[in-house]
Design a binder for this molecule. Structure first.
Ligand SMILES: NC(=O)c1ccc[n+]([C@@H]2O[C@H](COP(=O)([O-])OP(=O)(O)OC[C@H]3O[C@@H](n4cnc5c(N)ncnc54)[C@H](OP(=O)(O)O)[C@@H]3O)[C@@H](O)[C@H]2O)c1
Length: 270
């Protein structure tokens, strides 16, 4: 019996897959571009994907309206005998509307499986090197322009801590726990950019812009309206002071302090 890791090419899924493999545990990574293909919009091979699966790590893509599709997959998983699920959503999802993609996934996991854990991470450190912030900055000569005020702090968390929390929840007893995963301190975008100065980080400068300006730039890149709206909601939460709190939940899940941004920057740019 093995573990199925969805979102297996993503920032967290990839690391969960690698760590389970390193421990010699039976695991399959799945996504649209993984060797085991899993597409939330195509039910055709779900039965095959779920054969022999005992536990599942669930990553719902954001802002694509796929919550009910992921919910459908989870129902099939429960029918197939899976009884242990770990779902990753995002910080604050407990306050999201019940029909939002990530809240739907959270609720279905709690309803369907005997053992479950919810992980709600804040923005990742790795967004500056391989995720959305790096992508945005690369297309604007290193300038990161977001509708987040210069003074709004965010307790960025390292994707490695999130992945290790997922591995802990898949392999030890974290049943019924809901972890809001943050780094050890809140930092503004300007502070992060200052820390990466002189390195080969793709983000060189930070400029706060308004939501309409962000909408214009993001749609220019071909991003869908729903995805942009979701990002804008998260940026608004940061401006409202809701993304700056620091929790003890990495420590609760891993028994150690979270990786600070300074260490991430040092290691990422060494
Ligand atoms: N980035 C952050 O800072 C952050 C912070 C908190 C929470 N999160 C949460 O983390 C999750 C991933 O977000 P991300 O933007 O950071 O993603 P990411 O690392 O790019 O990962 C997204 C994963 O979803 C897979 N995927 C996309 N569309 C799919 C589909 N139709 N069917 C099956 N798999 C699909 C992708 O693989 P393929 O392309 O191979 O299909 C990829 O493995 C979201 O739930 C987000 O809310 C992210």
């Amino acid at each position: 019996m093995s573990t199925l890791v969805t979102g297996a090419t993503g920032m967290v899924g990839r690391r969960v897959l690698t760590e389970l493999e390193r421990r010699g545990l039976p695991v399959t990574g799945a996504s649209r571009t993984s060797p085991t293909r899993l597409d939330w919009t195509d039910t055709a091979n779900w039965g095959d994907v779920l054969k022999g699966v005992e536990r599942v790590f669930v990553v719902t893509p954001v802002g694509l309206g796929l919550g009910s599709r992921v919910g459908g997959f989870l129902e099939r998983a429960a029918e197939a005998g899976v009884d242990h699920a770990v779902v990753m959503s995002a910080m604050g999802t407990e306050h999201a509307p019940s029909d939002s993609d990530q809240r739907t996934a959270e609720m279905r996991v709690k309803e369907l499986f005997g053992r479950w854990t919810v992980l709600r991470p804040n923005w990742f450190h790795q967004d500056f090197t391989e995720g959305v912030f790096a992508n945005l900055a690369r297309s604007r000569n290193g300038r990161l322009e977001l509708p987040v005020r210069k003074k709004s702090g965010i307790s960025f968390v390292d994707a490695r801590d999130v992945a290790n929390a997922a591995v802990a929840a898949l392999t030890a007893d974290h049943h019924g726990r809901e972890y809001t995963l943050t780094g050890p301190q809140a930092l503004t975008f300007r502070e992060v950019v200052r820390m990466t100065k002189g390195t080969d980080s793709p983000v060189w400068r930070y400029k706060a812009i308004d939501e309409a300006g962000f909408y214009f730039r993001a749609s220019d890149r071909g991003w869908g309206e729903r995805y942009i709206d979701t990002l804008n909601e998260r940026f608004a939460a940061a401006n409202a002071g809701l993304a700056g709190s620091v929790t003890e939940d990495v420590r609760a899940a891993l028994g150690r302090d979270p990786i600070p941004m300074a260490r991430f920057v040092r290691e990422a740019t060494a």
